[in-house]
Design a protein. Structure first.
Length: 199
């Protein structure tokens, strides 16, 4: 019997129209995994909302997507470490006004924090890492649920980490936050929201 990993194609090239007509918000879209997901989602036909805290980086990703001839992306500046309730509400209102729906959210933004023994872990850093990696994705998902419900089949993806299953020393608040994020995903999945998938 094949394992789940054996069933994933070694090389996958999505059809250019796979995500046509879909509107997807990706956090942490200025660099790393978030940027890669944004570019590939756009290449597959999605209208991508690039979210992050660094405007210059988001603009470079915006330009790269436009150069590809993909659907024009949008930029949603949002610093998860300092965003207020008003910032989240304004984002939801803007998405509703500009797009009328939201087909997906990918929580790719992350803050690693310190890699030190817990007894030496800086408490303000602990709070900031938990907020960016756990509390902010929860808030953002909750606020965007009305937008997501306007899609026929929306998805919310919480990017986790191997440190959840394979606990290692010194990963501190990051590992705790990612464990908590998996619990949030699991609880949302069990709420049986008709048109929503949580992964």
């Amino acid at each position: 019997m094949n394992s789940e990993c054996d069933m994933i194609p070694k090389q996958f090239t999505p059809d250019a129209e796979l995500l046509a007509g879909r509107v997807i918000l990706i956090t942490g879209a200025g660099s790393g995994l978030g940027k890669a997901l944004a570019v590939e989602s756009a290449r597959a036909g999605a209208t991508v909302i690039l979210s992050g805290r660094n405007g210059a980086k988001l603009e470079r990703v915006y330009d790269e997507i436009e150069t590809m001839g993909a659907p024009r992306p949008a930029i949603a500046m949002l610093d998860l470490a300092s965003a207020t309730a008003v910032d989240y509400d304004n984002l939801a209102k803007t998405i509703d006004a500009e797009f009328g729906k939201l087909d997906g959210v990918v929580h790719a933004a992350a803050l690693l924090g310190d890699r030190t023994p817990l007894e030496q872990y800086d408490v303000p850093t602990w709070c900031r890492v938990l907020h960016v990696n756990l509390t902010a994705p929860f808030i953002l998902t909750q606020v965007l649920l009305p937008n997501l419900r306007k899609s026929a089949d929306a998805s919310v993806i919480f990017v986790s980490s191997g440190v959840v299953k394979n606990q290692r020393p010194f990963w501190g608040a990051y590992a705790v936050a990612k464990s908590g994020l998996e619990s949030v995903r699991s609880m949302l999945s069990k709420n049986s929201m008709a048109n929503l998938t949580f992964a």
